[in-house]
Design a protein. Structure first.
Length: 78
């Protein structure tokens, strides 16, 4: 079974509280806009680590390329 944007969306949503989440991709390369209050006070690498934790082993096994834009609700809203 190939990975879809919808699957990645559900993986992130189940593992990380998000106020906004979009995932796009072609089955191999994906991009995500992730807005979460959990990102407050965290550096970009720490934000990405939270997303990787939500994805777990899927990041190595199913998802080959994922570019992320990680924002707090305040950063997203403006």
């Amino acid at each position: 079974m190939s990975t879809t944007p919808e699957l990645i969306h559900s993986y992130i949503e189940n593992g990380l509280q998000c106020t906004h989440l979009t995932v796009e991709g072609d089955g191999r390369h994906f991009s995500a806009l992730i807005v979460s209050p959990a990102f407050a006070g965290k550096r970009p690498i720490q934000r990405h680590q939270l997303v990787y934790a939500a994805l777990g082993d899927r990041m190595r096994e199913e998802i080959h390329a994922l570019s992320m834009k990680t924002l707090t609700p305040e950063e997203y809203g403006g």
